[in-house]
Write a protein that binds this ligand. Sequence first.
Ligand code: ZN
Length: 246
Amino acid sequence: MTDKVKMRIIGSGGIFVADASASTLIDDSILIDCGAGTFKQLLRLNCDVGKISTIVITHLHADHFMDVPFMMLAARKNIDNGQKLTIFVPEGGIKATHEIAKYIWNPEDATESWWPQNVEVVEYKNGESFTANGATIEPVKVVHGKVRASGFIVEKAGKRIGFSGDSIMCDGIQKIVEASDWAVLDTSFPKSGSAIHMGLDDIYGLCNTYPDKKIIATHIFEETRKMIRRNIPNLIVPNDGDIFEL
Ligand SMILES: [Zn+2]
């Protein structure tokens, strides 16, 4: 297959930085994570939010999940043309989506008469692949403190892209990177060894172990962006909005 896959870094930042929340858009239609500020960031980047028909959430932290209701609101414009929005969430995500969505419409309407009829929320299970917009997506368990969290292996047009979500170095990260040609990885902290995020040592180690794979840093905190080495051939430190053709 020769089709190119377009991958756009919507956000590359950790929480306490001006860079947008970590989020990636594949072929204008599949959004990986949709955290605080992602919706407006998509608008700033002139992305057509109406074309996004799949959202995949790594975990339910606010900087990965909290803008889902705004995407649901945008999806309502597609009711007449028949396009659906499917939101894939981890276990517990259906309940969580209903809890936050009501604050877009009517917090006191328990009947949810406001729920857009073309929006569906589906809970995925680690190890059980699903398909969406021509891609096969495999959720892989990762380790992010005590939070239920997954990364993904996305295969589309013969290209394989890994996403760590938020995680420390673990078997899941090894599996995701091994299975992928490109990997978008949590590069939060200057140092490795926290219970929730990877650090630069982890990322440098992966770049060294897999020289033929492209590693894209994301979820980057301020100190980390200052310190990160720019001379590693297979390590990419993106700015928000950067586009890669695979
Ligand atoms: Zn998190």
